[in-house]
Unconditional design. Structure first.
Length: 195
């Protein structure tokens, strides 16, 4: 069995705080018109105005990631059969990222989108998804949502708590998310994208 991962409470909090920082920076970018994100404001309690260099840095990161994601989502089978590939996205340390909700709006969401983060983070995100109709509507009426477990399980979207340093736990969570392990274990075999 894998050994439990030890870390100080303050280290863990500091790592999780990078998520609040990222969300606030994204909102700053959105407000300045660098990019569109109709959901990030729901995750930011104290909006801040970042300096132009930070806004541009975040925009560059967002644009690069979006380009990769779109390339992945646009990939067809060798024979060009569109729609047959059941694509999966696995977001490690997803934080309050809103990409899944944006992809839903764009009609481009993959077959399965799985987000993993510490329980403290997934619990807050779960609460927001459950209480905000804008978000809840995007995951489907039959979704099971547990604020206590910090978990959202719907047909095409899963949000699950984990400490990513625990490989056994990662294995269990991938199974719980219903990911096709053939693709998880053979990364160069489409269609799985890690972000
Ligand atoms: C800088 S934030 C990025 C959030 C999101 N991916 C984005 O682009 O906005 C990093 C995230 O990774 C998570 N994280 C870091 N180490 C982790 C670990 N060992 N297990 C689970 N989550 C972790 C943090 O809690 C945080 O939410």
């Amino acid at each position: 069995m894998a050994k439990p991962v030890s870390d100080s409470h303050s280290n863990r909090e500091a790592v999780q705080a990078t998520n609040d920082d990222a969300s606030a920076s994204k909102l700053s970018c959105v407000k300045k018109g660098y990019m569109k994100d109709d959901y990030v404001h729901l995750f930011v309690r104290r909006p801040v105005r970042r300096s132009p260099i930070i806004n541009r840095g975040y925009f560059a990161r967002w644009a690069a990631l979006r380009k990769l994601l779109n390339q992945f989502l646009d990939t067809e089978k060798n024979g060009g059969e569109k729609g047959n590939l059941k694509k999966q996205v696995l977001s490690l340390g997803a934080g309050f990222d809103t990409t899944y909700f944006q992809l839903q709006d764009e009609g481009r969401a993959p077959h399965l989108y799985v987000e993993l983060d510490f329980k403290e983070v997934t619990s807050k995100k779960t609460t927001l998804i459950e209480t905000c109709n804008h978000l809840r509507d995007k995951i489907g009426a039959t979704a099971s949502i547990s604020q206590e477990k910090g978990e959202v399980l719907s047909d095409h979207y899963k949000l699950l708590p984990i400490d990513l340093r625990n490989i056994q736990q990662l294995d269990d969570v991938i199974a719980l998310a219903g990911m096709d392990r053939r693709y998880v274990l053979t990364v160069n075999f489409l269609p799985l994208l890690f972000i």
